[in-house]
Design a binder for this molecule. Structure first.
Ligand code: PMV
Length: 361
């Protein structure tokens, strides 16, 4: 297993210029990451596990040109081809955080050109896919100047760097199901990077995620603030234990294909995440009335049809509707006739399980 020390690069060559291009997907947590440890940077207070998405992704190209002055980071940031100054501080902070591990970055002027496949300000966080796509490009540069690294190292360090950009981004690098955070259930699991869970039962293959866009506005409380409110939270310790228990149960469910048991854990995790928000001090609510309308409709539909669909939520009002590929047609019909009315401008995005970042060069 890799340690933090293993990711510090010391011997490498140099190039005049190069360019790279990667796509990286978003992911949806089944067991939620909510809360960071006091010590360390971006160290999760509890383990999490997610489905990797396929269609919601960020595509990022990076060009590097050798420069003489190596005292500062130098980069341009383009979003959909246009210069985007307001995104630069976040990237600057990211580069500073990873400098120790990627000391070569100051030797180049870097041009980052990025775009998302999902609509701008859809309420779908682009930080996971965005940070993962950037990390992949940086690792392609590292591999160019240090070709000896193994494939395992390449992906583990990509996930490690992505984590330093945005915690959940480390689950957007490789694999259909990815676990992050040290736990007894998943072999090789680490607080430092995500690991692939590759024992997925047939029942979950091509699993569908239809994302209902309930509220596309800016979140009132960022996830950074939300994570911090878990420090001193009255239910934090029990919640962190529960996440370990749910990972234990879910790992078995994902192997054996028990959809009923899957639904119980996934819906409970979504509501627990929001319960933590509602019981923080200060308290807050990210769900909207239509989030609850949709949840109730899903429960009613499941009870009357026995079709195994369920919901999950991330840190926002949008609802992810999860269901097997085999019932796709019926479920899409149900969504169109009963749920679309609760979406902002009737918008939703059809996605499904994918398998991680892709090298586009
Ligand atoms: O990666 P962050 O800091 O944006 O946190 C993500 C938190 C949740 O999306 C709510 C849960 C998760 O595990 O992805």
């Amino acid at each position: 297993m890799f340690t933090e020390q293993d990711f510090i690069l010391s011997n490498y060559s140099s190039i005049d210029k190069a360019s790279f291009s990667w796509s990286a997907p978003s992911n949806i947590a089944l067991v939620k990451y909510w809360g960071k440890k006091e010590e360390g940077e971006q160290v999760p207070a509890n383990p999490s596990i997610s489905f990797t998405l396929n269609n919601c992704k960020t595509i990022t190209s990076v060009g590097v040109v050798k420069k003489a002055d190596t005292s500062n980071f130098s980069f341009d940031l383009l979003f959909e081809g246009q210069s985007k100054e307001e995104f630069k501080p976040k990237i600057q902070k990211f580069l500073e955080r990873i400098e120790l591990y990627c000391p070569f970055l100051k030797e180049y002027h870097i041009t980052i050109d990025t775009q998302n496949t999902f609509p701008h300000s859809s309420g779908i966080a682009s930080s996971a896919s965005g940070m993962a796509a950037l990390a992949m490009n940086i690792m392609s540069l590292e591999k160019t100047i240090n070709p000896a690294i193994s494939e395992d190292y390449f992906f583990a360090k990509s996930s490690f760097l992505a984590r330093l950009g945005s915690g959940s981004a480390c689950r957007s690098v490789k694999g259909e199901v990815v676990a992050w955070g040290e736990n007894k259930t998943i072999q090789g699991s680490s607080d430092l990077f995500g690991v692939e869970f590759d024992l997925l039962h047939e029942n979950f293959k091509q699993f569908q995620d239809t994302i209902l866009l309930v509220d596309k506005g800016e979140k009132q409380v960022s996830s950074t603030v939300g994570h911090n409110l878990m420090h001193g939270h009255p239910y934090a310790e029990r919640r962190f234990e529960q996440a370990h228990e749910n990972i234990f149960l879910l790992a078995d469910i994902l192997k054996t294909g028990e959809i009923e048991a899957f639904i119980k854990i996934v819906e409970s995790e979504a509501l627990t995440l929001h319960a933590m928000m509602m019981t923080s001090m200060p308290y807050f609510i990210l769900m909207k009335p239509n989030t609850l309308e949709i949840i109730n409709k899903i429960w009613k539909y499941r009870n009357t049809t026995n079709i195994p669909i369920c919901f999950t939520l991330d840190a926002g009002a949008n609802v992810h509707v999860l269901y097997p590929n085999a019932v796709k047609e019926q479920v899409l019909q149900f969504i169109q006739s009963e749920l679309v009315g609760f979406c902002q401008n009737g918008q939703y995005i059809c996605d499904e399980i994918g398998n991680g970042a892709k090298d586009l060069k």
